[in-house]
Design a protein around this ligand. Structure first.
Ligand SMILES: *Cc1c(COP(=O)(O)O)cnc(C)c1O
Length: 403
């Protein structure tokens, strides 16, 4: 038993309950019962890291110059590779000496940015649903979160015009993310222009998470915040190697944009960590320099899975819009059942793991997120089990409850 006096700080108590906990428990139980789980719950890419990146890492490991503490601000060479990449992809010029900072994965930076910029009681605007770090970071920092509820009728875009004037005046930071996790929505360039104008008018720091920059299909090219004139004066953009290059375990990401904000985050981080192992920074350079043919392969893999699953779900009565980016499908629950109950019954009855939409905030209620992180034969098996268990899109489709 934990003695009473061993109590975590209030800031931990301010975090909403972790919806995944109940799912995890059921997952463990299902595995113990020998059930063959199909886990489409996590955003964890299933492929291997590209071989040239692995080889660059092995070679860099052999170089003892890489074995000490890396420089706080990342190696000059990796920062240069990052800014070259931005120029190549978006025609955006950045100074590698102050407008780019490597991170131990973008989640680390997204969260620490809140600690570096939010005082207790400050207002932070966060869409709902959102990637959890976008609200959990500010909550840890003591922010008042003002949720911007996203709606299907607005194509899951933030309705900037609907933000009350008084809230806009108070707000210090706005986090956002297109192509989006979890909704898979993408935003047109005009949306970025609108949100930049809004942030400039109300003097709000814009934090854009571009983690699906390259997982886009059918000719769609995601927009970088920094392509918008004036954005660098009020904003930063986060990126990661986790998704595009199947490097989630390596913990490599970066932030670029406004130099004062990049500097503030760096100052905080000098008190917390020493940055990324230099050998991995070398390998990360190789990743960002891979020829485009590699990207086309990754994109084709997710596109094939997307089309396969959408087709199969259609046969079960679901009309799922075809996303032109990310590795997710955002699927409405059958009428009359909540996200958590639906995800739990799907798991219990079929051994397929999907994520309840409310894990991403109340705005995600009524939906589940399915990650395209298995090959089509496994996705086919998942669909087969749905059919057998009578899981389809119609009222009262699920007779047994999750309990
Ligand atoms: C996966 C994901 C991240 C996390 O990236 P890491 O660099 O691995 O920490 C950040 N943002 C979004 C929206 C994601 O989906």
């Amino acid at each position: 038993m934990k003695p009473d006096w061993i109590k975590p700080a209030d800031r931990l108590g301010s975090l909403p309950p972790y919806v995944f906990a109940r799912l995890d428990e059921l997952k463990v139980r299902a595995r113990e019962q020998g059930l063959d789980l199909i886990d489409l719950g996590m955003g964890n890419p299933d492929g291997p890291t590209p071989q040239p990146v692995v080889e660059a890492a092995i070679a860099a490991l052999q170089n003892s110059a890489n074995h000490g503490y890396p420089p706080f601000e990342g190696t000059a060479s990796f920062r240069r590779t990052i800014t070259d990449w931005y120029y190549r992809r978006y025609n955006v010029k950045l100074d590698p000496e102050g407008e780019a900072l490597p991170l131990l994965g973008s989640k680390e930076g997204l969260t620490h940015l809140a600690l570096a910029y939010v005082n207790p009681g400050d207002t932070v605007l966060v869409p709902s649903p959102a990637y959890p770090a976008h609200f959990r970071g500010p909550l840890i920092a003591g922010a008042n979160i003002h949720s911007l509820i996203l709606k299907p009728e607005n194509d899951w875009l933030i309705d900037v015009a609907a933000i009350p004037e008084a809230i806009a005046r108070q707000a210090k930071i706005l986090y956002f993310n297109y192509p989006s996790n979890p909704t898979a929505a993408t935003a047109p360039r005009e949306f970025f222009e609108e949100i930049v104008a809004f942030a400039r008018h109300y003097e709000i720091l814009l934090v854009h998470d571009l983690c699906y920059a390259e997982l886009a299909f059918d000719g769609y090219q995601p927009t970088s915040l920094l392509e918008i004139p004036g954005a660098k004066e009020i904003g930063v953009e986060f990126h990661t190697l986790s998704k595009t290059y199947n490097m989630a375990g390596w913990r490599v990401g970066f932030v670029v944009g406004n130099r004062h904000v990049v500097q503030g985050l760096r100052t905080l981080k000098t008190n917390l960590d020493y940055g990324i192992f230099a050998a991995l920074q070398t390998a990360a350079e190789t990743a960002l320099q891979l020829p485009d043919v590699y990207l086309h392969e990754v994109q084709a893999r997710y596109r094939t899975r997307r089309d396969f699953l959408i087709q199969g779900l259609a046969e079960l009565g679901w009309t799922v819009p075809k996303p032109n980016a990310t590795m997710y499908l955002w699927v409405a629950c059958p009428p009359g059942i909540g996200s958590t109950d639906f995800a739990l019954s799907v798991l219990q009855e079929t051994g397929v793991v999907v994520t309840p939409g409310n894990a991403f905030g109340t705005g995600g209620e009524g939906y589940v997120r399915i990650s395209l992180i298995a090959e089509c034969d496994r996705l086919g098996e998942a669909l087969h089990r749905f059919k057998q268990a009578g899981i389809c899109y119609q009222p009262g489709a699920l007779v047994s409850s999750a309990d």
